[in-house]
Unconditional design. Structure first.
Length: 230
């Protein structure tokens, strides 16, 4: 294994960052999204200076961000080389998906009972953004907005621990099929499920919300992973 070279053309999911208020947090989010989407490839070693050059920032916030991601279990520090992207086994991903379903399906049922028109209206722009990013093929932004949508939707149930746990599980996921789906235009179909999900919870359709959430989570080990679905 050697240190991976970089170029913006080779890694479109890593966008150059402007100087934000919290640069370390922005760098961490950008790198995490690239890990989830597979832009940063499992089994490869990435150096902080190379990543910093790609992102248009100094090496210090990148190094700090990678240390944070190592604590999350996404990468592992390799002495004098950089950070190794950890490859999850299929069983690991299956377990994560099962756990998410166990948490999110009953929670969305509660959301369908509790959600208000104002809460639905607040989530509509995020659902539209997800569709827009699917159309444009911006995978990093798709992951960011998708995460924001789901966490805000689940927050309606009123359990902060559930939201935090789902955030953790989402950060461990791998969605290697997103790029090819976006390139083929097929990502749009699954992106539109967010609007459908809002429609069923707005109608307080508990059974419909559970069924749609089960199908939606199933994409994690289906088309979003580059696999066929039955």
């Amino acid at each position: 294994m050697g240190t991976m070279p970089f170029s913006l053309d080779a890694h479109p999911g890593l966008a150059v960052l402007a100087q934000p208020d919290s640069l370390r947090a922005r760098v961490t989010d950008a790198l995490r999204e690239s890990l989830i989407a597979g832009t940063m490839q499992p089994g490869r070693i990435y150096s902080a200076p190379n990543l910093a050059e790609l992102l248009g920032v100094s090496a210090t916030p990148v190094r700090e961000a990678m240390i944070d991601l190592a604590r999350e279990g996404l990468v592992k520090a390799v002495r004098n080389k950089g950070f190794l992207v950890i490859q999850l086994l299929d069983q690991d991903l299956d377990d994560l998906t099962e756990l998410r379903a166990l948490i999110e399906v009953p929670t969305i049922a509660r959301v369908a009972v509790l959600i208000t028109p104002a809460q639905v209206a607040a989530l509509r722009p995020l659902a539209h953004q997800i569709n827009s990013t699917a159309i444009s093929g911006d995978i990093s932004e798709f992951i960011r907005v998708d995460t924001a949508f789901h966490l805000q939707l689940l927050a309606v149930a009123g359990n902060r621990q559930i939201v935090d746990e789902v955030r953790r599980l989402r950060n461990l996921s791998r969605l290697y099929g997103l790029g090819p789906l976006a390139a083929s235009g097929e990502l749009i179909a699954t992106a539109q499920e967010h609007t459908e999900l809002l429609d069923v919870v707005e109608a307080h359709d508990v059974a419909g919300a559970k069924l749609l959430m089960e199908r939606h989570i199933g994409h994690i080990r289906g088309v979003w992973a580059g696999l066929d679905e039955d």
